[in-house]
Ligand binder design. Structure first.
Ligand code: SF4
Ligand code: SF4
Length: 356
């Protein structure tokens, strides 16, 4: 229940409740649909935030229920477990998400174990990327043997989950031109071979390494989301169902937004959601290239940075232009702050309860 107190506190205050922190731009993959590839190419010249700097940052946040530690490949940071503990201890983070390409099996398993032991009240979500079965996955991700490595990582995490029920293993599939005709096969494979807490599908984003990656059929995407929803196992527990209801509703909104090419809801990025780069640059989201400032220039104080003139102008811009996109994480976070969607979320949550 303490987890949900953290959500409630994050919901009520005026600070961000969801932080996406790219802990490193280093990566050991070369994914064709990667949207972070330009940063990855500059990785060796970057001055990443140190653990001391991250500690100062966490001390300035108010309750931050949800933090996602991405990259690059986040497990390339040797101190990824220490970073999690800082967010857990200093800002009450209770939902910690780490996406991974699954290549570094033993590191991922050892660091996850450490996090679970040191942060017992947190829900640790490891999102394993699976974009194809076997060679298709390797081809999309540019690493020979990646699929087998990801499967090995799944098996190690599965062992860990038996000891730590607060570990969730999720699969994340990027819907791109390279796999759009294979998605039902992928969904079927995951369902038959892995016992995952959730399988989500996200649309390839703008500015991908290969422009071709995002040439997808939005109708085909909708078809895949429908298959996924039909074949999903019911979530256990009331809050898990509500969260699933939120995921389903955000996928529906992403589809509608892409189809109608206009906003379906008011985006709260820049206020309740922020993105921080490995060097401390703060953005309202992963898509809008409007830098608000660098946290190093504001004494590591997010409150100060978000009170700046640039931050206010950015939020005004998002509101006045009715900014829209199909980025599911952004939509998901905005849903919590758009009460008119609550009945829809509840309907999606109850639908699963009936199918249990
Ligand atoms: S998509 Fe992720 S794993 Fe692939 S290259 Fe980009 S950052 Fe690395
Ligand atoms: S609508 Fe999308 S692109 Fe615009 S601010 Fe929100 S998350 Fe960013």
């Amino acid at each position: 229940m303490k987890k949900y107190n953290s959500i409630l506190a994050g919901f009520l205050h005026n600070y961000p409740s969801y932080l996406i922190f790219f802990v490193t731009a280093r990566c050991n993959s070369k994914c064709r649909m990667c949207f972070y590839w330009k940063e990855i190419e500059k990785a060796k010249n970057k001055k990443e935030l140190s653990i001391k700097e991250i500690e100062k940052i966490t001390k300035h946040f108010k309750t931050l229920p949800y933090v996602s530690l991405g990259g690059g490949e986040p497990f390339l940071r040797q101190d990824i477990d220490k970073i999690c503990c800082l967010f857990y201890k200093n800002c009450n983070a209770r939902f910690i998400n780490i996406p991974t390409n699954g290549i570094l099996t033993s590191t991922i398993s050892a660091k996850a174990k450490n996090i679970l032991e040191k942060c017992p009240e947190a829900q640790l979500n490891i999102d394993l990327s699976i974009d194809g079965i076997g060679r298709l996955h390797d081809k999309i991700r540019g690493v020979k043997g990646n699929f087998e490595m990801a499967m090995k990582t799944y098996q190690e995490l599965d062992k860990l989950r038996k000891k730590f029920p607060n570990l969730s293993i999720n699969v994340l599939t990027v819907f791109s031109t390279y796999n759009q005709d294979k998605i039902s096969e992928i969904i079927d494979y995951i369902k038959r071979n892995l016992d995952v807490n959730s399988h989500r599908i996200g649309l390839a984003r703008t500015d991908s390494r290969e422009q071709k990656a995002k040439e997808v059929s939005i109708q085909q995407y909708k078809k895949c989301i429908d298959i996924l929803n039909r074949t999903k196992k019911a979530s256990r527990g009331f809050f898990a169902r509500i969260l699933r209801g939120v995921y389903e509703t955000s996928a529906e909104i992403a589809y509608k937004t892409g189809k109608n090419n206009r906003a379906c809801l008011q985006c709260v990025a820049g206020k309740k959601l922020i993105v921080m780069s490995e060097e401390g640059n703060i953005y309202p989201c992963e898509l809008l290239s409007k830098k608000i400032g660098n946290i190093r220039d504001y004494d590591y104080d997010i409150g100060k940075l978000l009170s700046s003139k640039t931050a206010k102008e950015t939020r005004k811009f998002i509101k006045e232009t009715k900014c829209f996109c199909t980025w599911e994480c952004g939509i998901m976070n905005s849903l919590f702050f758009n009460p008119k969607f609550y009945p829809k979320i509840l309907k999606n949550a109850l639908k699963q309860a009936k199918t249990k």
